[in-house]
Design a protein around this ligand. Structure first.
Ligand code: HSE
Length: 308
């Protein structure tokens, strides 16, 4: 087993109405450098991560340990250095990327030879839903269905040709809190309309009719109407982004960030104008990551680290 680097993209789940199902990979990254060692250590090298937490409290270690145990293996000690520019608790899948990192550490260290399907299932069971895990693992634009606890269907759609703009507020929102505001049940008519809107949104994506996809994106009935109350500028961000040319704007995952989908080549311009409207937000022009999780062998760790 050689030393290796794992890179996992950020993700944005739901795309409005495809709640707990669709997601895209975006170009913020969690990166781990993993080296064989005599004892365990995990060092965080990122402003987005806490400086010093015992390795046993790190989700990457906890998931790696559970994954190894599940396959009857002992996880060998390693020294892990973690870099990340994925904002925490902002709706960009930071916990899904950490979960997948743990699964991949166990996969590499214990030679588990896990398939994509096994990683997706393990990650979904850890997270509770597959919509961030799938694009973080596979890249691009994914649609999933967790039909039973241990059965996850997935597909990867063509990566849409468009620009993405993200609006990241300076406050956190925990997924659990954002899920607690959702109703436990919907009427039959609400469920029919909600699933029809999601079907239409995905169909318009596939036929390339992004104006209509954007309209459908903004018609979610399952979570946005309830979460909007947690996001003070929700209606303003949607309205302004549309005024500046975006196809549609949605809550990114469970929030509190939002993202717009816009015609290719317009993202920087929209981001510039939106930044003026949102002085308390970090406004970013994002690219879709087409590849998802990558593992790269590090041949000479000392030299690579010194050169960085
Ligand atoms: N689909 C999830 C939600 C994504 O919206 O709650 C965040 O984990």
């Amino acid at each position: 087993m050689k030393n290796f680097r794992i890179s996992i993209p950020a993700t944005s789940a739901n795309l409005g109405p495809a709640f707990d199902s669709a997601g895209i990979a975006l170009d913020f990254y969690l990166t781990l450098e993993v080296r064989k060692a005599e004892s365990w250590s995990i060092k965080n090298r990122s402003d987005f991560l806490p400086d010093h937490i015992p390795y046993k409290e790190n989700i990457i270690y906890q998931v790696a340990e559970r994954t190894a145990n599940q396959y009857g293996r002992a996880l060998p000690p390693c020294e892990i250095t973690v870099f990340s520019d994925i904002p925490l608790a902002r709706g960009f899948g930071s916990s899904a990327s950490a979960v997948l990192a743990g699964i991949e550490v166990a996969n590499q260290m214990c030679n588990l030879s896990l398939t994509k399907e096994q990683k997706l299932l393990l990650g979904t069971i850890e997270e509770g839903h597959p919509d961030n895990i799938a694009p973080a693992l596979l890249g691009g634009f994914t649609v999933t269905a967790q039909i039973e606890k241990e059965q996850v269907k997935w597909t990867k759609l063509p990566v849409p040709v468009l620009d993405v703009v993200g609006y990241i507020p300076n406050f956190e929102l925990k997924t659990e809190d954002a899920r607690n505001v959702l109703p436990d049940s919907f009427t039959r008519q609400e469920a029919i309309t909600a699933s029809s809107v999601s079907n239409m949104m995905l169909s318009f994506f596939l036929t390339g009719d992004m104006r209509q996809a954007g309209d459908m994106m903004e018609q979610d009935l399952l979570h946005e109407p309830y979460r909007a109350k947690l996001l003070p500028l929700y209606p303003d961000i949607k309205q302004k982004a549309r005024q500046f040319g975006a196809f549609g704007t949605v809550i990114s995952g469970a929030g509190p960030s939002m993202i717009s989908f816009a015609p290719e080549g317009t993202g920087l311009n929209i981001a510039g104008k939106m930044a003026e409207e949102l002085p308390d937000y970090r406004v970013v022009h994002l690219k879709i990551d087409p590849d998802g999780l990558k593992v790269i062998e590090m041949k000479d760790v000392k030299e690579e680290t010194a050169a960085e």
